[in-house]
Design a protein around this ligand. Structure first.
Ligand code: UDP
Length: 329
């Protein structure tokens, strides 16, 4: 099957293209390369374009006879979204609406959507399952929640079928080291810590150590990117096997276990064998103290199981990728 992967040159998008290819599908990576990388497109054709360009999306869907869409293309920096909400609403909400209009026109109505635990906001119960109230505390989280709601409406009235996948903290790299994480600017904890380890200079700024958590730093649920990629395959199968149109279902994808910022840095020091210097900075706006996911629904309904998501494997694969990739830049 040919599948349009928006944001297919990005971090989770490219890992999903690899997983789709491994399953015998052809991923058509559609990316404007604002954050994506041409080198990350290896498993199918590449079309450079913006999801906001409805005509180009429509043309691409038709050109390849795509039967489904996996939608990653979005801006995803929590902190930046607080500073530039206009940009985030335009790109994420406006871009997705454009994509859905093209899909509707092309009668391609199966979509797996890359959502986020940031749609929940501060935790009321831990771990968080799909019934957890959604009160996002950042514009980024709100844009993703609006898209979820938009998709729900499209499934109710326009014959779309949608699976919403809400990731907790995507991390790690392809175990065969074909691809990995490379953001510019890099804002994520694990790659920043590994960069400090590799370069032996600078320090990781810990964003707040006065949270109500065991060591005062934020607790997050780190999930391996390859496990996330495989969840998209399972979700696509789930939609396609569901004969009745109008399916809408949501799945939280986490590991069920949280680690604090300090714990992550300390594990990274053990794995790399390097000292990683740290300084304490102010809290980052939009950060809840604890985010840990309950993925039992995905396990039960999608048959999804994690294979790489213990923290050591996550950091080990990310470290291997970092060492390989720093020589390629
Ligand atoms: N974090 C930090 N220093 C950094 C980057 C991140 O203390 O330089 C913290 C951040 O506040 C959060 C956790 O590490 O609690 C994971 O953040 P990341 O940006 O990796 O992922 P996000 O939670 O934004 O998806």
């Amino acid at each position: 099957m040919n599948i349009l992967v928006t944001g297919g040159a990005g971090y989770i998008g490219s890992h999903t293209c690899k997983a789709l290819h491994d399953q015998g599908h052809t991923p058509v990576a559609y990316d404007n390369l604002t954050y994506g990388h041409p080198w990350a497109v290896k498993w199918g054709p590449f079309e450079r374009g913006d999801v906001a360009d409805t005509a180009k999306v429509l043309e691409t869907l038709k050109k390849y006879g795509c039967e489904a869409v996996v939608h990653f293309a979005a801006f995803s920096y929590v902190g930046e979204s607080v500073q530039k909400p206009d940009v985030y609403y335009k790109n994420n909400v406006g871009g997705t609406l454009s994509l859905l209009l093209a899909m509707n026109e092309a009668a391609v109505k199966n979509i797996v959507f890359s959502s986020t635990c940031a749609t929940f906001g501060g935790p009321i119960t831990i771990p968080m399952n799909e019934k957890h109230p959604q009160n996002p505390i950042s514009p980024y989280g709100r844009t993703k929640l609006i898209i979820e709601q938009m998709l729900k409406d499209f499934t109710t009235s326009l014959g779309f079928s949608a699976a919403i996948l809400r990731y907790f903290n995507a991390a790690g790299a392809d175990p065969s080291c074909d691809i990995g994480e490379d953001h510019d600017p890099e804002t994520h904890l694990i790659p920043i810590a590994l960069k400090m380890a590799a370069e032996g200079k600078g320090a990781v700024t810990i964003f707040g150590d006065d949270y109500d958590t065991p060591d005062g730093t934020c607790v997050r649920d780190y999930i391996h990117v390859t496990d996330l990629a495989n969840a998209h395959i399972a979700a696509l199968d789930y939609i396609r096997n569901h004969k009745v149109r109008g399916l809408y279902d949501d799945f939280n994808l986490g590991n069920g276990k949280g680690f604090s910022v300090k714990e992550v840095i300390s594990r990274a020091e053990k794995i790399t064998g390097k000292v990683i210097r740290q300084t304490i900075g102010p809290r980052r706006p939009g950060d809840p103290p604890v985010l840990v996911g309950d993925s039992r629904k995905a396990e039960e309904k999608l048959g999804w199981k994690t294979a790489y998501s213990n923290l050591d494997t996550i950091i080990e694969t990310a470290w291997k990728w970092h060492l390989k990739h720093q020589n390629q830049r």
